[in-house]
Design a protein around this ligand. Sequence first.
Ligand code: CA
Length: 287
Amino acid sequence: MIRTLLLLILVLFSVPASTAQVTLNQVDDFQDGTTQEWRIGGAGNATNGPINVPNAGPAGSGDNCLQYTSLGGNGVASKMVFYSQNQQWSGDYTSEGVDQISMDVNAQTNDLNLRIAMQGTNGTRICSTNPINITANGTWSNITFPITAGDFTVVSGGGDAASVLSSVFTVRILSSSSPTWDLPDVISATIQVDNVTASSSLSVTDFDGNDNEFTISPNPSKNKLNVLLPSNEEMNIEVFDVLGKRVYKGIISQISSSINVSNWRIGVYLVRVSNDTSTQVKRFVKQ
Ligand SMILES: [Ca+2]
């Protein structure tokens, strides 16, 4: 009886409630020189876990990124998977309006079938139903995982995908041929990742050629950010850094305007252009 109780207590406390909270538009840009708590299991993290690599990000010199090498064979670093647990990627995605996770990725050695897997505080585990296939060509690409309940397959546990998304404890980035939690590819492979971003499909639009959208160029840029409006209507413009701090605010009335960004920190920014009736947000990379 006592043994059963102890087991029950162990089970109850093995997945503690998450205290962290994911925030819409948060970005892991790895410019602080750390792995921002992305890791692999247990003691293996100290020797074979993800590392921060300077000057290797998509913006080149001065741009740090995260790099992970899985080793194949046996043991904790054998599989192409790394994770964030009870950190900035935990919490309630639904209430925060996060329905996408985008990131820059660079598969260095092997073609990968990337997926996001999540474990809820209820212990249920889900994984992207469809992978994003990355070709190992040593170049960066920006990918976006849809993060709504319909995008996931439940791989274990009694809850549904929605119950996980409202209370996420662990987020895994992994490669596998089918949805999984604990059977990612056992391969010797290296991947680089940067600008992992929590976004909303409702507020962030990328360059899809819509005539009613503003455009920014060049992107990335070192010195200036040119903003091109679809009409000469007066618009508010605000720019936010990865911490959500506003670094620029103004009003643009010309179809084409230019902002001096030469003194801005290297990294990712969100450019928001709005008036009374519409808001558009785009991602800008300062080199
Ligand atoms: Ca970076």
